[in-house]
Design a protein around this ligand. Structure first.
Ligand code: TRH
Length: 419
């Protein structure tokens, strides 16, 4: 029961490894089990966890054995619990070794789990924990769904996360904004003055000193390609309050740079009108959490940052991972239905989210005026959304956390209890 193998294929982006890494650490630290994490792209993993050495096939980090998942899979004894993250299909030879262990007799067979993607759709409750059909006599694979109700596996949430968040807000914020990478220098490092625009480039009026107390709106940006982003940037540049935009690398930085008309490099900051843009590096997961706790509004995407924004309990805007035929929009609606229940100002959230996501899915017929209005409504309801976010996080907290629920689920399967 104590040895777990987690298999992760990095499809694209960072969500798959982000979830697997978080789960591995939580199982190790909180459940006291020993985890081997098999990853096919150590280079992608190293972006998130710089202590990972991509060329090293086996290494131990934070008590977790990180193994390179190579095509020619090495012979190895299967673990007691085998997690296939997001239907990544474990190697054939490994599966054969699991079956061998099953046929060997009195030994308890491994508990084999497919950890699914997160969805708020209603069918998830009925499918969570089911075994693959027709597998009664052989190895059974269980489908484990994260989710938002107590009939699902819940969400990943480290023990003490909400207490750490609250303590950070009380005592840590000032020091956070004073850190080198978040501090603003007194003059911009990049001159985009040549760009044809109605705005002006200025140095930040306050420089690095006193920023913690400044009454600017701080917004973090982590998104996919999004055709309405330029319209939002225009809207922020013309805003009546100062806005500081903290931009993640990759798609966010590339699109913001295109709008600025110049590359946005690490440590750069540019100012146009009311908007100050600051380019960030890819942060370690724990520091990214702090960024979400520290900002007034968070733009997040995919799965893991979306969940972290909910634990941060600050107003957030989600760009869901785009799928063909608008399937993702159905999933977003399913989430909004749960999230906005009992919140009378829900339209302030759903209007902005819909524009942010629909426009990315199709050539939007709606113009930037719609977006400016939606943003204005959203930001003017910030206090109510903030309060709602806190209540929502407390509600989610009561459904327990995924790592703990998973450990209990495994224990029951071992004891022969049916799901
Ligand atoms: O990177 P993503 O777009 O991942 C996506 C989704 O998971 C999607 O569901 C999946 O199908 C697809 O990948 C293959 O977004 P996500 O899920 O938010 O993952 C990003 C991870 O990166 C998350 O763990 C947070 C982390 N992160 C940092 O650690 N530091 C950072 O600076 C940033 C911006 C993110």
């Amino acid at each position: 029961m104590n040895r777990w193998d987690i298999f992760c294929r990095v499809v694209d982006n960072y969500g798959d490894i982000g979830v697997c890494w978080r789960l591995s650490r939580q199982l190790t630290e909180e459940q006291g089990v020993s985890v081997r994490l098999w990853v096919d792209r150590l280079d992608a993993f190293a972006v998130m966890c710089p202590t990972v050495r991509p060329g090293v096939p086996q290494q131990v980090i934070d008590g977790i054995e990180i193994c390179s998942w190579v095509e020619k899979f090495p012979a190895t004894e299967p673990a007691d619990v085998v997690i296939e993250a997001f239907a990544c299909e474990i190697p054939e030879s490994y599966r054969a070794a699991m079956a061998k262990r099953l046929s060997a007799g009195p030994q308890v067979p491994p508990v084999w789990i497919n950890l699914e993607y997160l969805s708020a759709e209603e069918w998830v409750d009925g499918c969570h924990g089911l075994a693959s059909p027709g597998s009664e006599t052989s190895l059974r694979k269980f489908f484990y769904f994260p989710g938002f109700t107590s009939d699902t596996g819940g969400l990943l949430r480290e023990r003490g996360l909400l207490r750490a968040r609250d303590a950070f807000r009380q005592q840590g914020i000032r020091a956070f904004w004073g850190r080198e990478r978040f501090r603003l220098p007194s003059t911009p490092r990049k001159d985009i003055a040549g760009r044809a625009s109605s705005g002006t480039l200025k140095s930040h009026p306050l420089g690095s000193a006193g920023r913690e107390d400044a009454r600017e709106l701080r917004v973090s940006l982590f998104c996919y390609e999004n055709p309405v982003l330029p319209a939002l940037l225009e809207c922020w540049a013309a805003a009546p309050v100062d806005i500081r935009l903290l931009v993640a690398p990759g798609w966010p930085a590339r699109q913001v740079a295109a709008w600025c008309g110049a590359p946005l490099e690490l440590g750069d900051f540019v100012r146009r009108g009311a908007l100050t843009i600051q380019a960030l590096p890819f942060l370690p997961q724990a520091e990214y959490d702090e960024l979400l706790w520290a900002c007034d509004v968070n733009f997040v995407r995919g799965e893991d940052s979306f969940v972290r924004a909910q634990w941060a309990a600050r107003p957030f805007v989600w760009q869901i991972y785009p799928q063909t035929e608008g399937t993702h929009l159905v999933k977003m609606e399913a989430f909004l239905k749960r999230y906005l229940t009992g919140f009378p100002q829900g339209e302030a959230i759903s209007d902005l989210w819909q524009l942010w996501n629909e426009a990315a899915a199709e050539e939007s017929s709606r113009d930037s005026k719609d977006l400016a209005i939606a943003w204005k409504n959203f930001v003017s309801r910030r206090t109510e959304i903030d309060q709602h976010g806190r209540e929502w996080a407390e509600r989610l907290d009561r459904t327990g956390d995924l790592a703990n629920n998973l450990a209990e689920f495994v224990m029951k399967r071992r004891a022969g209890v049916s799901p």
